[in-house]
Each structure stands twice: as structure tokens, then as C-alpha cells.
Design a protein around this ligand. Structure first.
Ligand code: ASP
Length: 451
């Protein structure tokens, strides 16, 4: 406990990540050498140290960590959004608020993919690549836009929650929250219950955040055991370009937009995003990171729950700037590698399709490739081209998810500030939200002893 208090949560997560990557690389090198020197022949059976740790401990620890985060998503979104909608003193504000959030999410995505395509055309990562698709990639069917709108309305809210269909859960929570606000005394009683539930769920998030260093260690150790690092060298231009555009977007485009539209200090914003981006990076899932994103937006950045409870889950579902960047670079790369000339209108089509495709696809690992298949089909490029880049996609997925989550928080700040649902004192206070970084489990003893 004492040592935990000395080291901040971010540092602990970073240590877990560093150790995990080192251990993973160690096992990776062993496997690369073609044999398994850590296998002990015990006569009756062979004990493999690698299997025990990588497929056993790390696998189990990592999966349990991600599942626990996901476990909180549906209850958290539902409860906090009901509270948020109910606390808006004027629920008719919802339309304007929704319009601003969706508009900004789509705008930032369009900027992201436009920058990506422009830089990719300048750098030309695929020219002379002479790569052949030696792995098969079968595209999954992407939903049509009309279907996306129809599917936003649940026929059965319990089914929507069970399946984790975020847009449906959002719509139901919004309608439920409006009805609650209009229900007089009964609504007030129930609202108190929801507010209490919200506190308990956020406490659960805090507990999980405290376990993150171990979870992140397991995830990294497992991932880096299997990741093919050699392919990065082969695809270094593509890989480096996607990374560069992701950094430009996070460190230049977002700060400029934030400063222009809110006057807030971008350096403070980026500093406060550390934990959420680390979670996003380790889990590769905006969805699984949502509990931490919401905690960051409300407790560290100062966006009121009435706004963040809506903009964060919406963003995790429809805002994928990082993913759009990968799609922009990948489209140019694949076109060049297959010697296909795309016209300006083709590129406009790519921008439009990628932006709209982000609405209907949830933020889960690897979904970017499904969206890319849709984009490639739209401009007549071979979908098998995805096989060219799939080898390095896992690492890029981690980084672009961190960008996606940063975008969700940036838009939350802009909408919160413009709706005057924003606490600048929290934003400017470096210690805000950090009290949540350590849980005093001893308190449990204290209270049970007293009881
Ligand atoms: N993993 C990303 C996310 O959850 C989506 C993707 O780019 O594949 O935001």
C-alpha cells in the first residue's frame, strides 16, 4: 500500500507495461529460435515454462482484466446516462447536444482521413513494394447506413444490454432518463437510486484501475510473445507513416481544435489523458476503455456527467479518428502496391465511406480492418490487399485506439464547455481525479469491524 501511494497509477501502469513487453519479447525470441529450451522433460509429462506462463498465467490474467472492464460498460453507460439525462435541467437541449457531438465526431474523423491520404500520397509507402497477398482475408459484411439508423432503436432493451449494443443502450437510456425527469416525485426517488448506483459503479471502476498494472503486464507479455516483429521492418514505411499521422492528429490537430473552440490549455488536456490512453493502448478497445474514459472526462477534465455520460459512450461507438487514419494510409498503400490509380473522386469516396462506416461499427479490437474492407470495396480495390498489412495491424490497433479515446474526451470537453456544463477548476487542478487512483481496501475492515 505504502509503495502504491508513492508511485502514481500512471507510473505503475507504465512499469507493468514495460515489464510485460520485456517478458513477452524474451519468450518471443525463445520461440523464434525454433526450440523451446524452457521445456522440462519430467518423464511422465513435459512441463513447458512458456506454456505455463504465456498460455496460462498471462493469458488468464489478461483476459480476466479485459472482461472485468467490459463487464462494467453496459451498467455504467445505462446508469450514468440515465442520471445525466435526468440532471439536464432542460431535456430539449438533448437534440442540440447530440447534433454538436455527432457533428464534431464526424468532422474530426474527416480531418483525420484527409490528412492521412494527403501524407500517404506524398510519402508513397506502397510504390515499388511489389508485395503479394499471400494470406487470405475474407471481408465481413458491413451494415448499410439506413440499417444503422433502424438498428439504433432496440425492440428489446434487455436484449440490447445482453448483446452490448451500445447505440441501442444509449437510445433506451436517453428515453428512460427523459421519462424519469418528467415523472415528478416518483422520478425524484428513482433518480436518487440511480445516482447512488452511479457512485457504486464508479467505485468499481476505481478498484479495477488499481489492478490495471497487473492486467496490463499480462496483456503485454502475452501479446509480445506472439507478435511478429520482423514484418514491421518489411512494412516500415507504412507502419511509420500511420504512426506519424496518429501522433500529428493527437498532438497537433486535437490541441489546435481544443484551443480554438474552448480556449482550454491543450497541454493540461493531454497530460490528463495519460491513464485513459494507456488503457486504450493495452486493451485495443475503446469499448473496454469506456469506464476509464468516462472517469477521466468527468473527474479529471471537469466535463459534467450530464454531457460526458452521453458523449463518451457515443464517441466510443462512432468516433474513430485513429482508425480512419489507418484506413487512409492503407488505401493509398494498397492502391500503390497493386498499381491501381485512384482519382480525386475515388479519394473523396474513401473519406465519405470511412467517416460514415465509423458510425455503425463499435470500438472493439480489429474492427478497423472490417471498415477498411468496406472502403476498399467502395473504390474497387482488392479486399485481399488487407492481407498485406494485417501483420502489423495489432500494434497499430493499440495506438489508434489511444487516439480514438483522446478524440472522445476532446469532443466531450468542447461540447461540455459550449453547453456550460464544464468545471474549469477541475480541469485546471492537476490533482483532480487522482484521489480515485488508490483504493483503501483497509477501509473494508474498518467498516465491518464497526458494524
Ligand atoms: N480498436 C479500435 C477501437 O476500439 C477500433 C479499430 O481501429 O480497430 O477504437
Amino acid at each position: 500500500m505504502t509503495s502504491n501511494k508513492k508511485l502514481g497509477l500512471t507510473t505503475r501502469i507504465l512499469i507493468g507495461m514495460g515489464l510485460g513487453i520485456t517478458v513477452g519479447m524474451f519468450f518471443n525470441l525463445l520461440t523464434d529460435s525454433g526450440q523451446n529450451p524452457l521445456a522440462l522433460d519430467l518423464g511422465v509429462f513435459t512441463f513447458s515454462v512458456k506454456e505455463f506462463f504465456v498460455d496460462g498465467i498471462f493469458n488468464i490474467g489478461g483476459q480476466i482484466f479485459v472482461s472485468s472492464l467490459k463487464m462494467l460498460v453496459v451498467p455504467m453507460v445505462f446508469v450514468s446516462l440515465v442520471c445525466g439525462t435526468c440532471s439536464l435541467n432542460d431535456t430539449s437541449k438533448l437534440g442540440r447536444l447530440g447534433g454538436k457531438a455527432v457533428g464534431l465526431y464526424l468532422l474530426t474523423t474527416a480531418i483525420a482521413i484527409t490528412t492521412a491520404i494527403t501524407l500517404a500520397l506524398i510519402v508513397s509507402p506502397g510504390v515499388g513494394a511489389n508485395l503479394t497477398a499471400d494470406v487470405n482475408f475474407t471481408a465481413k459484411e458491413a451494415p448499410s447506413l439506413a440499417q444503422v439508423f433502424i438498428d439504433m432503436f432496440p425492440t428489446n432493451p434487455i436484449d440490447a444490454m445482453a448483446k452490448g449494443n451500445m447505440l441501442q443502450v444509449i437510445v433506451f437510456a436517453l428515453l428512460f432518463g427523459i421519462a424519469l425527469a418528467l415523472s415528478g416525485t416518483t422520478g425524484e426517488r428513482l433518480n436518487t437510486l440511480f445516482s447512488d448506483l452511479n457512485v457504486v459503479i464508479m467505485k468499481l471502476v476505481t478498484i479495477l484501475m488499481n489492478l490495471a498494472p497487473y492486467g496490463v503486464f499480462c496483456l503485454m507479455a502475452k501479446l509480445f510473445t506472439t507478435i511478429g516483429l520482423g514484418i514491421i521492418i518489411k512494412l516500415s514505411l507504412y507502419f511509420g507513416l500511420v504512426l506519424a499521422v496518429l501522433f500529428i492528429h493527437a498532438l497537433v490537430v486535437y490541441p489546435v481544435l481544443l484551443k480554438m473552440l474552448t480556449g482550454l490549455n491543450p497541454a493540461i488536456f493531454l497530460k490528463k489523458m495519460k491513464d485513459a490512453t494507456l488503457f486504450a493502448f493495452s486493451t485495443s478497445s475503446s469499448n473496454a476503455t469506456m469506464p476509464v474514459t468516462l472517469e477521466t472526462a468527468t473527474k479529471k477534465l471537469g466535463v459534467k456527467n450530464s454531457i460526458a455520460s452521453f458523449t463518451v459512450p457515443l464517441g466510443a461507438t462512432i468516433n474513430m479518428d485513429g482508425t480512419a487514419i489507418m484506413q487512409g494510409v492503407a488505401t493509398v498503400f494498397i492502391a500503390q502496391a497493386f498499381n491501381v490509380d485512384l482519382t480525386v473522386s475515388d479519394y473523396l469516396m474513401v473519406i465519405l465511406t470511412a467517416t460514415l462506416a465509423s458510425i455503425g461499427t463499435a470500438g472493439v479490437p480489429g474492427v478497423g480492418l472490417i471498415m477498411l474492407a468496406m472502403v476498399l470495396q467502395q473504390v474497387g480495390l482488392p479486399v485481399e490487399g488487407i492481407a498485406l498489412i494485417i501483420g502489423v495491424d495489432r500494434l497499430l490497433d493499440m495506438t489508434r485506439t489511444a487516439v480514438n479515446v483522446t478524440g472522445d474526451c476532446m469532443v466531450s470537453c468542447i461540447v461540455g464547455k459550449s453547453e456550460k456544463e464544464f468545471d474549469a477548476n477541475v480541469f485546471n487542478n492537476p490533482a483532480a481525479g487522482t484521489e480515485a487512483e488508490s483504493v483503501d481496501f483497509h477501509h473494508l475492515h474498518g467498516s465491518s469491524e464497526k458494524a
